[in-house]
Design a binder for this molecule. Structure first.
Ligand SMILES: Nc1ncnc2c1ncn2[C@@H]1O[C@H](COP(=O)(O)OP(=O)(O)OP(=O)(O)O)[C@@H](O)[C@H]1O
Ligand SMILES: [Mg+2]
Length: 278
C-alpha cells in the first residue's frame, strides 16, 4: 500500500448552534495518496466545506487527527492551497496583486515572488490581464485568478471548494480540463468538493460520497478509468449512476471501512500523465 500523503483519522467536528451541539462531521476516516485526485460529493450541510477547512488548517477538529506528509495539521500552510467557490478577489487590487496574496507569508525574495506570479498568470491564461481589476474579468477568468492564487505558493495539496459552481456549462468544462492538465503537469494532490456528480466522476480517482446529519462518509467509489476520459462515455455514466445511487440511499452508512478508504494502489498517476501529455 502507498503511504498516505493526507490522512484523516477518526475526525469529528462539533459546533454549537444556539447552545445546542451540532455534529458537522462524525468519525471521518480517509487516506489520500500523493498526487491523487479525490472528489467529495454530498447534500448541502453534510460537512464538505468543514472537512476542506480542516484539511487546510483554517479550522481544527474537535477530536481526531489530520496529517499532511507525516505532520499534524494545526494551522494553514503554504503547502496547502485553497480555492473557494467565489473567487474572493479584492476589488481594489489588480489581478497580479490578488494572485501575489497567495505568497503573503512566503519568505521568498520579491524577485522570485514576482516570477512565480508571472508563471501562474501564464499557467491559467491570464498573462494579458495582469494589470486589470477584478470587475473587468468574466466569472471564469476571476475563478482562474482564484486558482492561480491557490497554486502560486506551489503547494503540494490544492483544496477546492466548489470552484466551478457558479459557471456556465462550457466555461466549467473548459476549466475542469485546465485544472486536470495542471494536476498532471505539477503532480499536485487535489481534493475537490462539488455538487456536480458528473464533475466528481470526470475528475476524480475516487469519489467520496458523504451523508448528512451527522456528516459521515457513506461510501468511497473508485473511478478506474484511464485519462483522458470522455465525458459522454458509458463507463463514466455507469460510475455516475453508482455515485447517484449512493447519494440518494437512505439509512445508515456502511459500518465497516468503506470500499476505497485507502488510497488506490495503482493510483493511475503515471498513466494519467502519459495520457494527458499525448
Ligand atoms: N462556523 C460554524 N459554526 C456553526 N456551525 C457551523 C459552522 N460551520 C459549519 N457549520 C455547520 O456545519 C454543518 C456543515 O456545514 P458545511 O458548510 O461544512 O456544509 P457543506 O457540506 O459544505 O454544505 P454546502 O454544500 O451547502 O456548501 C452545517 O450544519 C453548518 O450549519
Ligand atoms: Mg460548502
Amino acid at each position: 500500500m502507498i503511504r498516505p500523503h493526507l490522512s484523516v483519522e477518526h475526525v469529528t467536528r462539533q459546533f454549537q448552534i444556539e447552545g445546542e451541539p451540532l455534529i458537522a462531521l462524525d468519525d471521518i476516516n480517509l487516506d489520500i495518496a500523493e498526487g491523487e485526485f479525490v472528489t467529495i460529493v454530498g447534500a448541502s450541510g453534510c460537512g464538505k466545506s468543514t472537512l476542506l477547512r480542516l484539511f487546510s488548517g483554517l479550522d481544527i477538529a474537535t477530536s481526531g487527527l489530520i496529517h499532511h506528509a507525516g505532520t499534524a495539521v494545526s494551522e494553514p500552510s503554504l503547502d496547502r492551497g485553497i480555492v473557494f467557490q467565489e473567487p474572493r478577489l479584492f476589488p481594489w487590487l489588480t489581478v497580479e496583486k490578488n494572485i501575489s496574496l497567495g505568497l503573503l507569508n512566503s519568505k521568498l525574495s520579491n524577485a522570485r515572488k514576482a516570477e512565480l506570479v508571472r508563471e501562474h498568470l501564464e499557467l491559467v491564461g491570464l498573462s494579458r490581464f495582469a494589470n486589470v481589476y477584478p470587475h473587468q474579468l468574466s466569472g471564469g477568468m476571476a475563478q482562474r485568478a482564484g486558482i492561480a492564487r491557490g497554486l502560486v505558493s506551489r503547494p503540494n495539496v490544492l483544496l477546492l471548494d466548489e470552484p466551478f459552481g457558479a459557471l456556465d456549462a462550457i466555461t466549467k468544462a473548459h476549466l475542469q480540463d485546465e485544472l486536470q492538465e495542471i494536476w498532471a503537469k505539477e503532480n499536485i494532490t487535489m481534493v475537490l468538493v462539488t455538487h456536480d456528480v458528473e464533475e466528481a466522476v470526470y475528475l476524480g480517482d475516487r469519489v467520496v460520497v458523504m451523508s448528512p446529519r451527522p456528516g459521515r462518509i457513506r461510501e468511497i467509489i473508485p473511478v478506474k478509468l484511464a485519462r483522458p476520459r470522455r465525458r459522454t462515455s458509458s463507463e463514466i455514466a455507469n460510475v455516475r449512476d453508482r455515485v447517484l445511487k449512493s447519494l440518494h440511499a437512505t439509512g445508515e452508512p456502511p459500518q465497516s471501512a468503506p470500499e476505497g478508504s485507502q488510497p488506490a494502489d495503482d493510483g493511475g498517476h503515471l498513466e494519467r500523465a502519459v495520457a494527458l501529455a499525448r
